[in-house]
Design a protein around this ligand. Structure first.
Ligand SMILES: [Zn+2]
Length: 290
C-alpha cells in the first residue's frame, strides 16, 4: 500500500510532465464509479479545459492543483497506479479512468501523439483508491482532519509528545492514525519503531519526551531514505513512470518472517498483531517497558 514516500515519489515523477498540461477530456474506463467521489458527468464537466498548475502531497493524498482553484484529489488505496501513456497505447483491464492531456512543453515522442496529446491513466486492481475534485474549502477541511507532516521541519518532538502521551493505545496504532501524524503506514511504522528501539505495543502514555525525540528522528530518517530510494515496491507500487522503488532492499524488519535474526543484535524477530495489522519487531532491541 502506498505510503508517504511512494506518493511523494509519484508526485515528483509526474510533476515535470503534468505541470502546465491542460485537460482536454476525461475518459471512462472499466469501473470509474467505484473510484470517483463525484458522479461521472459532474467530474467530466468540471475537469474539462482545466490547466494543471502544480502537484501537492498531503499525507498519502496526491493533489493536482487546477487553474480553477479546484484540486483533483487522488488516494491510491491499496493498488492504485497513475500511468502516463501514449493515446494509442492499450489501456489494460483495470484502467478505470483517464485524462486526455495536452502538453505545455516538449515531451518524449514516445508519450505524445502528433497533436501533443497524452494520457494520465488510473489503474487499480482492487479498487480501494479514490479520486475526486475538491474546492479550496473541501481541501482545507480534509487537510485539517490530518495530523502534521512528519517531514515538516516545523513539527517538534514536544508537539508530537503532547498528542501521544494522552493516549492509551499502542504506539504502533497511533502512528497508523492519520489524524495524529499523516502519511505513515505499516511499513514505515515498523521500520521507524525498530530504529527508535520502541516496542510497537508500548502504550503511548508511557512514552517520554526522549522516546518521542528518537521516534521522530527515526521516522524522518526512514521516510527520507525511502523517498531517496523511490519508495518500497512489495508487489504493485510503481512511480509515475512505471518504475519500481528499491527501499524493499533496505527494510530491516518489515515483512521479515518471525525467527529471522535481527539485523542489529541477531535475536529472533517476532510478529504480533496491533490494530488489525501485523507488526514485526525485535524483542531484544525493542523491549516492552510498561
Ligand atoms: Zn535486535
Amino acid at each position: 500500500m502506498p505510503e508517504l514516500p511512494e506518493v511523494e515519489t509519484v508526485r515528483r515523477t509526474l510533476a515535470p510532465v503534468l505541470a502546465g498540461a491542460t485537460v482536454v477530456a476525461a475518459l471512462r474506463g472499466a469501473h470509474p464509479d467505484d473510484i470517483l467521489l463525484d458522479p461521472w458527468p459532474v467530474f467530466a464537466q468540471r475537469i474539462r479545459r482545466r490547466r494543471i498548475e502544480t502537484l501537492e502531497r498531503r499525507g498519502k493524498y496526491l493533489a493536482l492543483c487546477l487553474d480553477s482553484a479546484d484540486r483533483l484529489l487522488i488516494h491510491l488505496g491499496m493498488t492504485g497506479e497513475l500511468r502516463l501513456s501514449h493515446p494509442a497505447a492499450p489501456a489494460g483491464a483495470h484502467c478505470h479512468l483517464a485524462l486526455v492531456l495536452r502538453a505545455e512543453g516538449q515531451l518524449p515522442p514516445a508519450l505524445v501523439d502528433r497533436r501533443g496529446r497524452f494520457l494520465l491513466r488510473y489503474h487499480d486492481v482492487r479498487r480501494f483508491g479514490r479520486i475526486g475534485l475538491l474546492d479550496p474549502v473541501g481541501w482545507a477541511a480534509l487537510s485539517a482532519r490530518l495530523g502534521p507532516e512528519p517531514l515538516d521541519p516545523a513539527l517538534t518532538a514536544a508537539e508530537l509528545w503532547e498528542h501521544l502521551h494522552v493516549r492509551r493505545s499502542p504506539v504502533k496504532a497511533a502512528l497508523l492514525d492519520q489524524t495524529l501524524i499523516a502519511g505513515i503506514g505499516n511499513i514505515y511504522a515498523d521500520e521507524a519503531l525498530f530504529q527508535a528501539g520502541i516496542h510497537p505495543a508500548r502504550r503511548c502514555q508511557s512514552l517520554t519526551l526522549a522516546d518521542v525525540e528518537r521516534l521522530l528522528t527515526a521516522l524522518r530518517t526512514v521516510l527520507t531514505e525511502a523517498i531517496a530510494s523511490a519508495g518500497t515496491t512489495i508487489r504493485d507500487y510503481r512511480d509515475g513512470t512505471g518504475r519500481a522503488g528499491s527501499y524493499q532492499f533496505r527494510l530491516q524488519v518489515y515483512g521479515k518472517e518471525p525467527g529471522t535474526p535481527c539485523p542489529r543484535c541477531g535475536a529472533a524477530l517476532a510478529r504480533i498483531r496491533i490494530a488489525g495489522r501485523s507488526s514485526t519487531f525485535c524483542p531484544q532491541c525493542q523491549p516492552l517497558l510498561d
